[in-house]
Design a protein around this ligand. Sequence first.
Ligand code: APR
Length: 233
Amino acid sequence: MRAFRNIVILTGAGISAESGLRTFRAEDGLWEDHPVEEVATPEGFARDPALVQRFYDERRAQIRAASPNPAHEALGRLDREFAGQLLIVTQNIDDLHERGGARRVLHMHGEGLSAWCRACDARHRWEGTLGDGPACPACGEAAMRPDIVWFGEMPYEMDRIFDALASADLFVSIGTSGAVYPAAGFVQQASANGARTLELNLEESLGSRNFDETRLGAASELVPAWVDEVLRD
Ligand code: APR
């Protein structure tokens, strides 16, 4: 494998599936029994905040009960040992990348263990519930919502992501269906900038044709093997 100097990795729900966190679009996916428009839009939150808070309170408890799997740990090792530039852009709201040892992580869709106060704009590490309307530790208002990017809202740190894609020589996508933009368009951007592109996924995704190479299988097997290759060269 060619020695790469600047790697951008995009991860999705598939990398956390083997940690027991449900994906979104599988037969048993989250969106099967939670209509997106009810629990993942600002309009849904305005209509029924209690329903939305309950949904994310449950997900927060599931995140805390989950543990990193070998895929997260392999990316933690890559982050520690790779001397080049690296950015892990995750669509996931769980903290399993960080608990797996990765540091160069960017949560483009927000974080489950974070609360955002709509009164004073402060963000707080939050492990408990929001359904009971707790006061914001900064301003005292009971105006906190999950710090999650909902459909129709702008993902976080897009400038930083575009900069990284502009200078990457390798783009790797792990455990994502390619169903949601702007993340689903990153492969074309990286490719247009001359990067080699690699997909690691359980099954063909909507974007597989856009990759130079696709490897099919479980993340817990594919990712450690790929990290070994990168660190060997
Ligand atoms: N190993 C590797 N890939 C896996 C595994 C696994 N163990 N299990 C599932 N996958 C793959 C599936 O084949 C699928 O292509 O992970 C992908 C999960 O796709 P989605 O459920 O659509 O999740 P994701 O792509 O992360 O969704 C993107 O959509 O709903 C919004 O904001 C939400 O961030 C999310 C975004």
